[in-house]
Write a protein that binds this ligand. Structure first.
Ligand SMILES: [Ca+2]
Length: 199
């Protein structure tokens, strides 16, 4: 076989291998082990004012309520019952504070499982953010339809790249509870589990 012929054969093999590699689902966090996440990222609750005690999100690993039969989920108890208030939950997409440059360009969506507690309150909508390092554009999507039962949600990454977010350099995933969109669940509880990028 000539060298030229061999290189053509090798190129064909590489071209076939790339789509197969892209089809691997990437788990971001299943909360089945203590932090960090499956991507080695830290996570936690946030509110815009560090002194705030009431209008906050409180995060707890919960091994009694989870998607599936083993492990745990992330319980988020939030209160945005004050005009203009917001708070939520952040998760880095790698071990660093910034510069993780997680490449999501081979995936088509971010998925996660979510369940609410109607005896406390369920948000009618939550905001999902996918973003790169500080100072770069933020991809914002709203998810609705949360109920008392585990439900799989999807955020299409095309809607994130349409907001001119660089999908090859993601750094953080964020859930935000906002006073003006959560009604009637100004205070409430959701559990999240099995956050993943999907082919
Ligand atoms: Ca889990």
């Amino acid at each position: 076989m000539s060298a030229r012929r061999l290189s053509v054969v090798l190129l064909a093999v590489v071209a076939m291998a790339i789509p197969a590699m892209a089809a691997e689902r990437q788990v971001v966090a299943d909360f089945d082990m203590p932090p960090p996440s499956n991507l080695g990222g830290g996570y936690g609750a946030f509110s815009p004012n560090p002194e705030e005690m009431t209008y906050v999100t409180v995060e707890t690993m919960d091994d009694t309520v989870r998607n599936g039969t083993n492990g745990a989920s992330m319980k988020l108890e939030y209160n945005v019952d004050q005009a203009g208030s917001y708070n939520g939950f952040w998760m880095k997409l790698g071990p660093q504070e910034a510069g993780n440059n997680f490449d999501a360009s081979a995936f088509t969506k971010l998925s996660f499982w979510v369940k609410g507690d109607s005896s406390v309150g369920i948000p009618s909508k939550v905001k999902i953010e996918l973003k790169g390092d500080p100072g770069t554009r933020i991809g914002r999507s709203y998810v609705s339809g949360i109920t008392d039962n585990w439900t799989r949600m999807e955020v299409p990454l095309s809607s994130v790249s349409a907001q001119r977010v660089d999908l090859t350099k993601l750094n953080e995933f964020v859930i935000v509870f906002e006073n003006n969109v959560v009604a009637p669940g100004k205070k409430g509880v959701i559990w999240i589990d099995d956050i993943a990028f999907e082919p």
